[in-house]
Design a protein around this ligand. Structure first.
Ligand code: HEM
Length: 280
């Protein structure tokens, strides 16, 4: 074996190793977030779905300060569309990235993909209407941040659709993953907030009555306006492309740490928010 072949062999081994490492981290991240998203989706179906089907719209107000307003049927319709269609995003989203589904049910993937894209645009637009006509918890800064997120959702949805239609599937996958990161922004916000409450043993850095304060300002900024989830995804793409051992190890560690944080947040959100609301 010449020195050159040895280099090539060790180069190949390294490429293989870095890709495997990144795939392992992203698979663990995907598994944990899928569990958390489906728990959130189940809460949406059981809480809002049940209240809506039984005509018990008042129940929305157990959670939403600006949920059901007597006499304002248009506003109520927008809220209903927003919260109910949200279930399609949080339940359907992970299904789109499961290789088995894509491979063995390509028609289902295409059908759900179209539905997901339309729903992302509708839910984001409804969210914008809710924030700027009815108001929402938090301050104007938080409202601006979540509105920026709505714009990301709409643009990324259109980009994902554009590349699927053009049959440029690599670009379609990249834009779909970006879309996934931003449509799940509201879920990240809740789970990260619950992680924060868990490690601090209660509210810290914000006023729970007004839902304002430096912690929530930062959380809104880095979840919605400058989404860290999106930055992490871009870093992951970059590491996959570079195939550098140190960079891959760094990104691997970062993804695993984020996953641990999310896992704790999911436990906090399920036990502290979603389950108690179902029992109310
Ligand atoms: C695209 C993904 C989104 C999903 C899956 C989603 C989901 C939800 C859900 C489930 C609720 C009910 C809250 C709860 O029971 O905990 C809700 C409420 C709400 N969402 Fe969204 N949402 C999304 C995006 C947005 C966006 C982009 C905006 C604003 C631009 C927005 C604005 C609101 C508002 C104002 C409320 C009512 C909360 C309040 O009254 O303070 N949502 N959303």
């Amino acid at each position: 074996m010449t020195p050159n072949t040895t280099l090539r062999v060790s180069g190949k081994t390294r490429v293989h190793y870095t890709t495997k490492l990144l795939t392992l981290a992203s698979t663990i991240w995907f598994g944990i977030t899928t569990i958390g998203l489906w728990l959130f989706g189940s809460y949406i179906l059981f809480f809002y779905g049940k209240a809506t089907l039984t005509g018990d719209f008042d129940r929305w107000n157990n959670v939403l300060p600006h949920g059901y307003v007597i006499g304002d049927w248009q506003g109520n319709l927008v809220v209903g569309i927003h919260v109910l269609l949200a279930a399609i995003l949080v339940i359907g989203g992970p299904l789109q990235f499961i290789p088995f589904v894509r491979q063995y049910a390509p028609r289902f993937h295409r059908w759900l993909g179209r539905l997901y894209i339309v729903t992302a645009i509708v839910v984001s637009t409804a969210g914008l209407i809710m924030v700027w006509t009815r108001g929402a918890v938090g301050d104007t800064f938080q409202h601006i941040c979540i509105s920026i997120q709505a714009v990301y959702c709409i643009i990324f949805a259109l980009m994902s659709f554009r590349y699927a239609k053009a049959r440029q599937f690599n670009k379609h996958k990249v834009w779909s993953l970006r879309l996934y990161m931003v449509t799940n922004g509201v879920w990240f916000f809740r789970v990260e907030l619950m992680f924060w409450l868990l490690i601090n043993g209660g509210p810290a850095g914000f006023n729970p009555k007004t839902f304002t304060g430096p912690f929530l300002t930062s959380l809104a900024l880095f979840t919605y306006a400058i989404p860290v989830s999106l930055l992490l995804l871009e870093l992951y793409f970059y590491a996959r492309q570079k195939q550098n051992v140190s960079l891959s190890l760094f990104v691997f560690t970062l993804i695993i740490l984020v996953t641990v944080l999310l896992a704790l947040g999911i436990v906090g959100a399920t036990m502290g928010m979603w389950l108690p609301r179902l029992a109310d």
